[in-house]
Design a protein around this ligand. Structure first.
Ligand SMILES: [Zn+2]
Ligand SMILES: [Zn+2]
Length: 421
C-alpha cells in the first residue's frame, strides 16, 4: 500500500501549461512546467511551487506548453535538478529564447534564469533509466515529436508514470509510443483527443499529396503553414518521399529547427529521408528570394507559423490568397480565433477580405486519439489509478471507458488529489 498526493499546477481540464507535482514519502517530483497561450495573447503560467520542495523536474518534450515556464523555477536561490534529453534541451533553448524575446515584458523571468536552469540539467536519454535526486527515474519513448519521452518515477511505495503528450502512430520523423516497457501504480496521461479517433494516417497523407499535385498541375502555388518544430519536418519528409511535381521551399524558423534536428540522427525515425529533404528542398534566405518564389508557378512553400499568426507564412498568405489557382493547406491544430481557424470557418479575414485560394485542413495530429490512449493505458502492468490531464470535456469519454478497471480522476488545475494504491 502506498499513497501519493498529486497537485495539478496546470493542464487540468485545459490544454496548455502542463505541470504535475507528485509527492510521496520517497520524494517530490515536478513533471513539466509549461505555459498556456490559448485564452489571450498573454502567456499564463502554472501555479507556483517552491523550487526547494522539488527533488527533480522532469521535462517530457520541448513544446512551450510543457517547458516554457521552467526558467521561473530558477529565479530563486535553490536550483532543483532538471531532467531532459539532449535534443529536448537543444530545441527548448531555441523556443524559450524566442518566447522571452517576444513575451519577455509580461514574464517574471528572463534569459539569465534559463541559463541557470541549464546549469542544473541532468541528461536522461529516451529509454534510459537512472537514479536522479535520490529517485529512480525511467524514460519511455512517447512518439509525439522527436525527443519526447514519458517518465516512470519510483516515489518509494508508489510508482507514478507521466506521459506528457503521446502518439501511438509511427511517422517518418518519430516512432510511436513504446508500449512494451513500463509498469506503474498511477498513470497521469494526456487526453487532448480522448473522445475520438483520428482518420487513418495513410489516407490523410494520400489526400494531402494528391491535393498538392492538383494545385501544382494547374500552375498554382501551395502554402503549407506549419509549426516550425516537428510538423514541418514531417511534411517535408512526406513531400520528399511522395511528391515530385514541383519545387518545394521552406521558410522561417523551420530553418533553425531543421538544422538542429539533422544534428541529432539518433532521435529521428527515418533520418536519411529528413536529411535529403532538408538538403535538396530549397531554403528561402532573403526577401528577394521570397518574392521570386511567390511569383513563380507550381511552387510548394512550407512556412512557419502554423496558425498564420506570424512568421513568413503571413507574407505568403497576403500574396497568395486572392488567386483561386493557389491553395492554403493547413496541417496543424488551429486554435479558436487564430487567422488559420478563421479562414477555415469563415473563408475570409477582416484585413484581407474573402480568401479566393483553395483552403483545406488535413489531420496530421501528433496526439493519440481515443483508441491510442486506451492502448497506452493498457500497456502499463500493475496499474491501479489513471489521471487524465492536458484535455477538456473530451476526457470523460476515456474516463468512462476506464472506470470499471481503474480509479479514474479528471482534475482541474489547482486541484490536489490524494491517491492510495
Ligand atoms: Zn507537445
Ligand atoms: Zn502539449
Amino acid at each position: 500500500m502506498g499513497k501519493t498526493v498529486i497537485r495539478v499546477l496546470g493542464g487540468g481540464l485545459e490544454v496548455g501549461r502542463a505541470a504535475v507535482l507528485a509527492s510521496s514519502e520517497g520524494g517530490t517530483v515536478l513533471m513539466d512546467y509549461g505555459v498556456n497561450f490559448s485564452d489571450s495573447d498573454l502567456p499564463q503560467l502554472p501555479e507556483h511551487v517552491r523550487p526547494s520542495e522539488i527533488d527533480a523536474i522532469l521535462v517530457t518534450h520541448a513544446h512551450l506548453d510543457h517547458v516554457g515556464a521552467v526558467p521561473y523555477l530558477y529565479t530563486s536561490g535553490s536550483h532543483p535538478l532538471l531532467v531532459m534529453n539532449r535534443l529536448t534541451k537543444a530545441v527548448a533553448e531555441v523556443l524559450i529564447k524566442d518566447f522571452i524575446k517576444i513575451s519577455g515584458y509580461y514574464l517574471p523571468f528572463d534569459e539569465g534564469d534559463w541559463f541557470r536552469a541549464v546549469e542544473s540539467v541532468r541528461y536522461l536519454e529516451v529509454s534510459e533509466e537512472a537514479e536522479i535526486g535520490g529517485l529512480h527515474v525511467k524514460s519511455v519513448r512517447s512518439g509525439h515529436i522527436p525527443g519526447s519521452q514519458a517518465y516512470v518515477v519510483d516515489l518509494g511505495s508508489v510508482r507514478i508514470a507521466y506521459t506528457g503528450d503521446v502518439n501511438t502512430v509511427d511517422t517518418r520523423l518519430v516512432r510511436g509510443y513504446d508500449t512494451t516497457v513500463a509498469s506503474a501504480d498511477v498513470l497521469v496521461i494526456e487526453g487532448t483527443y480522448a473522445d475520438a479517433d483520428h482518420p487513418d494516417r495513410d489516407t490523410v497523407e494520400e489526400g494531402f499529396v494528391r491535393a498538392v499535385e492538383e494545385v501544382v498541375e494547374r500552375g498554382g502555388n501551395v502554402l503549407v503553414p506549419c509549426f516550425s518544430l516537428s510538423r514541418s519536418q514531417e511534411i517535408l519528409s512526406l513531400l520528399y518521399e511522395r511528391f515530385s511535381g514541383g519545387n518545394v521551399y521552406y521558410d522561417g524558423m523551420i530553418r533553425t529547427l531543421n538544422s538542429i534536428l539533422i544534428s541529432y540522427p539518433e532521435y529521428i525515425n527515418n533520418y536519411e529521408l529528413l536529411l535529403r529533404a532538408v538538403r535538396e528542398f530549397e531554403e528561402v534566405r532573403s526577401a528577394d528570394q521570397r518574392r521570386r518564389v511567390v511569383r513563380g508557378e507550381g511552387n510548394v512553400i512550407v512556412a512557419s507559423a502554423g496558425m498564420l499568426k506570424g512568421g513568413p507564412a503571413v507574407y505568403y498568405l497576403k500574396k497568395m490568397y486572392d488567386d483561386p489557382r493557389n491553395a492554403i493547406f493547413l496541417v496543424s491544430y488551429q486554435a479558436p480565433s487564430t487567422p488559420g481557424r478563421r479562414i477555415l470557418e469563415e473563408g475570409s479575414l477582416e484585413e484581407l477580405g474573402p480568401i479566393r485560394a483553395r483552403v483545406e485542413w488535413f489531420d496530421f495530429s501528433s496526439h493519440a486519439g481515443f483508441s491510442g490512449l486506451l492502448r497506452v493505458v493498457e500497456s502499463f502492468r500493475g496499474l491501479r489509478a489513471v489521471m487524465i490531464v492536458h484535455t477538456g470535456e473530451q476526457a470523460y469519454r476515456l474516463a468512462e471507458e476506464l472506470r470499471d478497471r481503474y480509479e479514474v480522476y479528471v482534475p482541474k488545475s489547482g486541484d490536489a488529489v490524494e491517491v492510495e494504491v
